[in-house]
Design a protein around this ligand. Sequence first.
Ligand code: NAD
Ligand code: 2HG
Length: 527
Amino acid sequence: MYKILIADKLSQKGIDLINSTEGFEAVVKTGISEEELSSIIGDYDGLIVRSATQLTEKVLENPGRLKGVARAGVGVDNINIPEATRKGVLVMNTPGGNTLSAAEHTMALMLSLSRNVVPACVKMKSGGWDRKLYVGNQLNNKVLGVIGLGRIGMAVIRMAAGFNMKIVGYDPFSIPTQAENFGVEITDSLEEIYKKADFITMHIPRNKNTENLISKEQLEMMKPTARIVNCARGGIINENDLYDALENNVIAGAALDVYNEEPPENRRFENLDNCLVTPHLGASTEEAQIGVALEAAEVLMDSIKGGPIKNAINAPAVSESAPKIIKSYSELARKVGRLMNVLKAGRIKKVVLEYRGTIANEDVTPLKTSFSIGLLQPNFDVQVNIVNAGFLARERGISIDEVKNEDCTNFSSCFTAKVSTEIGNYSVTGTLFDDNIMKIVSINGYETEFTPAGLIMLALYRDRPGVIGSIGTACGKYDINIGTMSVGRKDGKAMMALSLDQNLGKEAQGALDEVDSVEKYTVCDFD
Ligand SMILES: NC(=O)c1ccc[n+]([C@@H]2O[C@H](COP(=O)([O-])OP(=O)(O)OC[C@H]3O[C@@H](n4cnc5c(N)ncnc54)[C@H](O)[C@@H]3O)[C@@H](O)[C@H]2O)c1
Ligand SMILES: O=C(O)CC[C@@H](O)C(=O)O
């Protein structure tokens, strides 16, 4: 008998499905401590969680017979994915099941905010009757800024279009055709959204790139009448800065469904008249909970029985039996994808991958997957892997062509990615020295030579005396230690690649901004 532990509140329909499936038994134990969970987890073949249970390194320390974890929902930020992968525990989620509920909750918050529904109700229930105090605003004709045009973002757009809102959308991987059908103006500038929008809503994962995406500086760009809704994840808006902005009427209002810490220990937002709070209710509808519970039960039982694996988050990209050269180039392709993610500007239209030299004779399928993982992963909170990489790229309108050529002038093999966006063309070439040392040897036609590891700063500048020294001085002044340096030159310009021991802080960036002749610089974190 396979035993499945249900560690968070799950719709009875999902539990019944497990118990009515031959060979499976569901055991419900909600609200248990980290200690208890880590001591019993190894007795179960599968586990279903929502967002409350934290699958920490400690919980996953001794997984025993645990084969898979299903997250009844989208975000997997409560699961230590690298640890689960390390321990061979498959993690799956149920994307899509709660999309409409999260979008409807976003609309509910937006409407409640603009029409003062909650304070007016509280006032009336306490015996009051004030019609002047609660005059609101229509959504009609207002500008709605949508950050993140994935499943929920697009569902919000469909609903907001019905309210005749003017929508401005931002997403580095958006699907322009769908968005255009709803009259969405696509922008590449978040600043434009902050300055223009009457309402701002975000539907993006919380990760290294999106934490504190909206802080004091961005809040101060917004209209004093702007209202902001966060139904995605706490921490995408800096809570301290938002609190100050609301208290000082820098913006008109906010509605929060998600928090840095849940439940929040500091309950300060509840005391602000211009802030509406709900306790992470985006997915809390009967319909969504039934949908995600059934899907979680199905994908988990299928995987335990050895059936098809669906919605896998951490399946490996390259099989153990792949040739060594493919395993090594696969890792390089992921790093090239990572670098391309920070290098390119604008939405990607086309990708061409070139395999030259000996690797052209091999099955290079894993390289395409690995490149896609490197390119896409920074923008997703689900793990991009062999199962979903191609699908996610296609869903975002990214076509990937491949070219094989046995000729390779300077190396035995090399891998090149060429990316076209609506703004420009970008290329990165990497190779392996001695078949195992990864090197990036060319960026946008500039020769380079660096290992894609740790923090690498790339600076493009007009090639004239003193610039290298000025960049070094700017870094040194703010204690940024430089490890290695390479410089490539072309057409009166130069590209410098520096490995850094620490990331650039605001002050170091300010100093670099002052260096005359530097046209652009960017830092890529390869770890
Ligand atoms: N409040 C709730 O109860 C609730 C319910 C469901 C989902 N969520 C959260 O909502 C978020 C979105 O869910 P989804 O199903 O739409 O996911 P999705 O993967 O379909 O869409 C996410 C989109 O964000 C985009 N993106 C990533 N980084 C970005 C950035 N820096 N700037 C702009 N766009 C960026 C991606 O390209 C993608 O299109 C998830 O993080 C999830 O955790 C919350
Ligand atoms: O489980 C929930 O209720 C929240 C789920 C939601 O935040 C998600 O990411 O799917």
